[in-house]
Ligand binder design. Structure first.
Ligand SMILES: [Zn+2]
Length: 503
């Protein structure tokens, strides 16, 4: 008997690890992301935020201070010397090392909560208009991505962002940036070369040395030195703010960088309308159109923020998110993308946002570090984000909707969010939803849209708590997915991540 158990365990480990995961119990770990501290433009210190998190029962906080808040406009051709710079508080201004240290200190004081460093980044911006006519426009400054899971402060210091001097790399193209050296050589040659003119007066010959050549030599050397300073530190970076819109290039470049370093990267607020119309600040016009379409044009990022500003075009049933998930199912895309809930937290109650207003509930295996009462490990939290093993919730005023369980059962076993499972008979979709109430029960029913491959296949309207088992007589044999879109009264919301099925 023992030998069979052993063989079965070995078989499970070798053949189908997912089976083990899917059949284990999970605990739910509320995590919040896009939290600004006073390291950038937030009001509270890292320590204050930790205290608030403890009070509110948040088990993981991902700090997302601005990576860089630096805009520069320089005059051609010495754009890096003759420039105006605005440099507001940011992680790179004060140093990623200090940011890490600060968060580590707080981690020691609050061992039961996981605190992670991360950033909100604007990899690119560009100028239009003429400075001397006083109408410059700063474009796309508010097109943002959230990054976390990079292990070393240097990985943040070197983020490929326009106006980050560490962004570039040494390459053969650096040689081009050293072109002013040729001016030094030419200047020196002009300076030392004796220029003589022979003047003949009758039988007398006079030799005149020209001072003009000396002056010319010195001028050429000085110009060379100026450009050498301008081009410092001679690192090559393919993007700058002076050559117009570069499409999604700089954003895809950042995504590749973060993936190579093992981090996670989410598009932030793709539909935020705040900067849609041009706004003037200190004589400069700022404008960032909404960018849901960029989610289709980029790939290999971890996901996007469905809340607050990513639902109307992206997260809605049949929207851009579903288009992308279908591309993945058809093999057009390498990876699926996950929905995330972001806070854009500046202070407790600022613009109606509190630290627990929008949460990402991570599903942690009980056998792992997610044991009740114990802190989850960084590796597991990042793994949940990478694999889509979480759902997004928005708290309502008097209650919270919780997705206690969401799984798909087939003859093959069970699958949870982010996983894939095979079926031959119609798959069984199971979910369990509960409400946590602060006031007497909210009686209005909640609405659950069950979505398959971007289409709503069933709408349930029921009071909480509820448990549903639905067998889907699916006709097509293509790979597809199921997800839940749940709305309740007073703005209570839950968005699950998808579970994939294949015949
Ligand atoms: Zn932002």
């Amino acid at each position: 008997m023992k030998i069979y158990c052993l063989l079965f365990t070995v078989y499970c480990l070798l053949s189908n690890c997912r089976w083990l995961i899917a059949n284990s119990e999970f605990i739910q770990v509320p995590m919040v992301i896009h939290v600004h501290s006073n390291f950038s433009d937030g009001e509270h210190s890292v320590e204050d935020i930790a205290q608030i998190a403890e009070r509110k029962g948040i088990k993981s906080v991902i700090f997302s201070d601005h990576a860089l808040m630096r805009w520069e406009y320089g005059l051609w051709p010495l754009q890096d010397i003759l420039k105006k710079r605005v440099d507001k508080n940011s992680v790179l201004k004060y140093g990623a090392k200090r940011y890490f240290q600060k968060i580590e200190e707080v981690q020691k004081k609050y061992p039961e909560i996981l605190f992670l460093p991360g950033v909100e980044s604007a990899p690119f911006y560009y100028w239009s208009g003429k400075h001397f006519k006083y109408h410059l426009t700063l474009h796309n400054w508010h097109k943002h991505l959230l990054i976390t899971g990079l292990n070393h402060p240097n990985d943040y210091e070197n983020l490929p962002l326009v106006s980050n001097p560490n962004a570039g790399v040494w390459s053969f193209k650096s040689i081009v940036l050293l072109w002013p050296l040729s001016l030094l050589v030419i200047g020196y040659w002009v300076l030392v070369k004796k220029k003589e003119r022979k003047l003949t007066f009758g039988s007398q010959i006079l030799i005149a040395h020209s001072r003009a050549y000396k002056v010319l030599g010195i001028v050429i050397i000085l110009v060379g030195l100026l450009f050498l300073v301008n081009n410092y530190p001679y690192k090559y970076f393919p993007y700058d703010q002076y050559h117009g819109d570069k499409g999604v290039g700089p954003y895809q470049n950042l995504i590749q960088y973060v993936n190579a370093k093992g981090g996670v990267i989410f598009w932030a607020h793709p539909e935020a309308p705040n900067w849609e119309k041009p706004q003037e600040i200190n004589g400069i016009t700022l404008q960032t159109p909404i960018y849901p379409g960029d989610l289709l044009k980029t790939n290999n990022y971890t996901g996007f923020a469905i809340l607050y500003e990513g639902y109307k075009e992206v997260g809605t049933p049949g929207g851009i998110w579903d288009q992308i998930l279908n591309q993945y199912c058809k093999g057009i895309r390498e990876k699926p993308i996950w929905a995330l809930g972001e806070l854009d937290y500046k202070a407790e109650g600022y613009l109606g946002t509190y630290l627990d207003s929008i949460q990402n509930v991570l599903l942690m295996e009980k056998q792992g570090s997610g044991k009740v009462g114990e802190r989850v490990s960084e590796e597991e939290a990042i793994e949940c984000l990478k694999k889509g093993r979480f759902y997004v919730l928005q708290k309502a005023k008097d209650y919270v909707v919780k997705l206690e369980e969401f799984k798909i059962e087939t003859e093959e076993g069970k699958a949870i969010m982010g996983e894939e499972i095979r079926y031959s008979k119609p798959p069984k979709i199971k979910f369990e939803i509960k409400g946590e109430y602060e006031l007497p029960k909210v009686l209005t029913p909640i609405k659950i849209k069950l979505i398959r491959g971007g289409e709503i296949i069933k709408i349930f309207e029921q009071h909480l708590p509820l448990e549903i088992e639905y067998i889907d007589n699916i006709e097509s044999s293509d790979k597809t997915y199921y997800r839940l879109d749940i709305t309740g009264p007073q703005g209570g919301k839950v968005f699950s991540n998808p579970i994939f099925v294949i015949k």
